[in-house]
Design a protein around this ligand. Structure first.
Ligand code: ARG
Length: 598
């Protein structure tokens, strides 16, 4: 695995600090940063000199001499530290910064090592860790909304990123498949056999339009006919008691909904499969036991007829404590009880070291209370981390929550179809020669990629405006821009004269634009590490966008096919290939495909 040059430099500067200062340098951070005057600068001397009440410039000069002997003259004091040899030149600048320039050989060797590895030299730091991730979570018998789109897209990217990082990832699609509304729906179907759906093959779209109509009709009857409403409430009890007829109707609705979800997942190209669906109903058998356990141990208490957990630091706007309700006053169990049971299952059975919940920010209080209650009960032991990976809302062009003009939730399938339609114009404009069937396949990748990337490239906790025209634009921070940059690397490589192989000739002098590109490529692993640490895919998006821009600058300044000599040409071709591979892998980790030709 390739260690990033910035890390090697940090080690070198640390060694030099120790050579000069001995124990006084222990634990000091060399503060390696990118620089405009050299490849990097080390800013760590300044705070250290201050702490030791020394002269920073003088200390910097001695550290420089320990890094590169020639920097301090012939009688360098102290003797050079044992360093890696990647530094070509050091310069003391300003009040005590060190400007560091790397050798061309070190830059080349690093690129060669990454190019020769399918993982591009990125270590798998998370091996041995099990992460359970709860995402997508649509509700049975209902249309998915844009919030589910966000959870699905962010969750899928995190699954890919964590798996690449070596984690064992257990996907959990916590379907909303249980609750009082099913009494109403089942009762309606029992009383209106003609409203049932024939068992013929049909699409996910047909399934969801049947369910939507069913929901509308059942709701209307529930609201207008109190006798029906009573029968619907009784039906919940029969369903929960395991009645065969009720269960059969319920299963039919679950199956139809899944048909629709699978359709959406297939269009989105996400990795959720049926085996990942562990809905709320799965936890039903454990709820009574959880409630009894919490009550017996005094963690939950009865208040206004409901079994509640209270928290010292959680109160509503009126100052009254806000409880987590484990059992409702009508005896039923709700959303919270299910989440407590799910934690126990994920810890004890799935053996999670880490549990992630990709759910919108409005549920922040719910998860805070659930995690805290689970900690008190010991369901969530100290060594297991639970994280609410929250996200903001999708807004319409008017800056309000995204709805159709008629104020309804936007149908996801239509939304994705129109993204693909929008991509047609972009693809045609750029390459009218692409043949029709290929163009269609590519447009799908471009359209779907654009929707995912727009979501993933904004900091997840922020809201964003759903704007298809901007999403499929060739300019700016879009997946389309990145996909074209990737395709361009392939088109350059196709044009290389026969006999030219992309390969590194370590030591070939590098121009500034080549250095910049090589350094950015070298930073891929370090960027991924921060992405995984904070569950922030948008940082990978920023990295890739900067890479595409750096590449474009390189290509404007450094001819590849028409390079002056063969080693320079092969060397540049190697950087082109590594850029293409890095863009492809980076996009793939976000769940976005990068075709070789567009
Ligand atoms: N189904 C819920 C919704 O649509 C989200 C479920 C989130 N996951 C969980 N374990 N509570 O809002």
């Amino acid at each position: 695995m390739a260690k990033a040059l910035s890390e090697t430099l940090a080690d070198d500067v640390r060694a030099a600090l120790t050579a000069v200062l001995g124990d006084a340098a222990r634990g000091a951070d060399p503060l390696i940063r990118p620089s405009d005057h050299a490849d990097f600068q080390a800013n760590g001397v300044l705070p250290l000199a201050k702490a030791l009440k020394g002269n920073p410039r003088e200390l910097a000069t001695r550290v420089a001499a320990a890094l590169v002997p020639s920097a301090g003259g012939a009688d360098a004091d102290p003797p050079p530290a044992a360093t890696s040899g990647v530094i070509a030149a050091v310069e003391v600048a300003g009040p005590g910064f060190l400007n560091l320039t790397l050798t061309d050989t070190a830059l080349g060797a690093q690129a060669a090592e990454r190019l020769g590895d399918p993982r591009l030299g990125v270590p798998a730091a998370g091996v041995g860790q099990t992460t359970v991730i709860d995402y997508s979570q649509p509700n049975i018998a209902k249309e998915m909304h844009v919030g589910h789109l966000r959870s699905t897209v962010i969750g899928d990217a995190l699954v890919r990123l964590l798996e690449f990082n070596g984690h064992t990832v257990v996907r959990q699609n916590h379907l909303g498949d249980w609750g009082t509304q099913f009494g109403m729906l089942i009762q309606y179907l029992v009383e209106h056999p003609d409203a049932r759906l024939a068992d013929v093959d049909h699409s996910g779209e047909a399934a969801i339009s049947w369910l939507t109509a069913l929901y509308r009709d059942a709701r209307a009857e529930f609201e207008s006919d109190t006798a029906f409403a009573d029968r619907a409430r009784k039906r919940v009890v029969t369903l929960q008691g395991g009645d065969r007829e009720s269960l059969a109707v319920w299963q039919k609705m679950v199956a139809e909904s899944k048909r629709y979800f699978e359709d959406v997942y297939a269009r989105l190209d996400v990795r959720l499969i049926d085996a990942d669906a562990v809905g709320e109903s799965f936890y039903n058998p454990y709820l009574a036991e959880i409630a009894a356990d919490l009550e017996r141990r005094g963690i939950a208490v009865w208040s206004n007829g409901a079994l509640c957990v209270f928290f010292d630091d959680i109160a509503g706007p009126d100052g009254e404590p806000v409880p987590l309700i484990v059992r409702k006053s009508d005896g039923g169990f709700g959303y919270a009880a299910t989440d407590l049971a799910a934690i126990r299952y994920r810890v004890n059975t799935l053996k999670a070291d880490q549990i992630l919940y990709v759910v919108d920010s409005r549920q922040a209080l719910h998860f805070r209370m659930v995690f805290e209650a689970a900690r008190r009960a010991g369901y969530l032991p100290e060594h297991v981390e639970a994280v609410h990976v929250q996200f903001g809302s999708v807004l319409g062009p008017d800056g309000k929550p995204f709805k159709t003009r008629a104020g309804q939730t936007v149908r996801l399938i239509e939304l994705l179809d129109s993204a693909v339609d929008h991509a047609v114009a972009t693809v045609e404009e750029k390459n009218p020669q692409l043949d029709a069937s290929q163009a269609r396949a590519e447009t799908r990748l471009v359209g779907i990629g654009a929707v995912k990337y727009a979501d993933l490239s904004t900091s997840r906790t922020k809201d964003y405006i759903f704007d298809l025209d901007r999403m499929v634009s060739l300019h700016g921070n879009t997946s389309v821009y990145l996909q074209y940059a990737h395709a361009r690397t392939h088109s350059i490589l196709r044009k290389l004269p026969a006999g030219t192989t992309p390969r590194v000739h370590a030591g070939v002098p590098l121009e500034p634009a080549e250095r910049k590109l090589a350094l950015h490529l070298d930073d891929f692993g370090a960027s991924l590490a921060t992405v995984v640490e904070n569950f922030e895919p948008h940082r990978l998006a920023s990295y890739l966008y900067a890479l595409a821009q750096t590449f474009s600058d390189f290509y404007d300044n450094c001819p590849v096919v028409k390079a002056p000599t063969e080693p320079v040409r092969e060397n540049r071709a190697a950087l082109v290939r590594l850029t293409g591979d890095t863009l492809r892998l980076g996009l793939e980790l976000l769940g976005i495909s990068a075709p070789e030709q567009l």
